[in-house]
Design a protein around this ligand. Sequence first.
Ligand code: ZN
Length: 387
Amino acid sequence: MRFTRRSVLKFSGLTAILVALLPRVAFAARNSLRTVRTGNQPAGKTRLVIETSARPSYSLSYPTNQLVVTLSNTAANAQLAPAMATGTLITAITQVQSGDTLQIIADLAKPIDEIPRDNIMLLNPNGDNEYRLVLDFAAGSGTARATTATAATAPAKKTTPAHKYVIVLDAGHGGKDPGCIGKGGTQEKTVVLSVAKKLKTKLDAAGFKTYLTRSDDTYLKLAYRASIGEKKHADLFLSLHANANPSRAMQGFSIYTLSEKASDEEAAKLADAENAADKIDVSGFEQFDKDIRIALSSLQQHAVAAMSVEYANGAASAFKRAKITQQPGPDVRHAPFAVLRSTVPGALIELGHLSNAAEEKLLKSSAHQDKLVAAIVKSVQAYNFDV
Ligand SMILES: [Zn+2]
């Protein structure tokens, strides 16, 4: 017969006292639980965030009406009161320590399906946050049960001051590479540098820490631009461009995130054009340091992709709210842009078309640049850095 000593930590006042009386765990855990919080996401999804002091090693299991996150080599946190949002699928959260394994058990109001990989994010520390495992899920195909349990409520976690977040702004092209050129002679490299500088001033004033990849008319390699995001430990990387189209009638902004497969042929062509700046081989990751390649091949890239798309969707909304003309097509497209290849979430924004005479005029006007800047500032402020 084998005894397993389990110390059960319930998140309520009474059991918290019991926990304090339990013998201390007799192992030195490499990792420890910091916080647990829940929240509501669009489309009726519930978000569960588990914050740990070190990068978590985890597995998920799905007993009836429960979601169990098993963290290896992790110590429970007896003092912890999870921040439970109302209206989520999670009705209670329990910690169970078994040896050096910690289980976070979420009781669910409704059954769920297995969480797809794209809805699991593993985030690196930023601001006041440590490592976070983020799980998004909706009610699944199982029989929905009547909700009898009431969700415990706790005050939401205080929003981290914006000044902790680092933004890298990349004005595209520069130096020997002018980017696209309008009929009136306006060069992409000049427009985007002007917008990037204005944007830096506004974002710094709004409390962000902002860096430019270039602050003058300099040519930089794409991988070098991406590496600045890494070096500055950026929370968001925005590459600014202006577009050209064989059809002079085409106008409007468009927003792109990184994907190794383009979402459509036009996105693929645009990535080819932007990548041509340094004739980069878009099929390989050879130009990156080994640690970046490893990060890119891990779950991290799913997190970066998901966060990038989240930002890009918000940016498209901000541009539309500011009544900036949108290029026909989806709000966010995906293509293999070399400048976005890093572990930093980000987007490439084509501010408009220099190939369109009316938009060329707008893009070089200070008033329209200010309008673009204001929309981007709003998109950054609305972005949820603090998952
Ligand atoms: Zn460009």
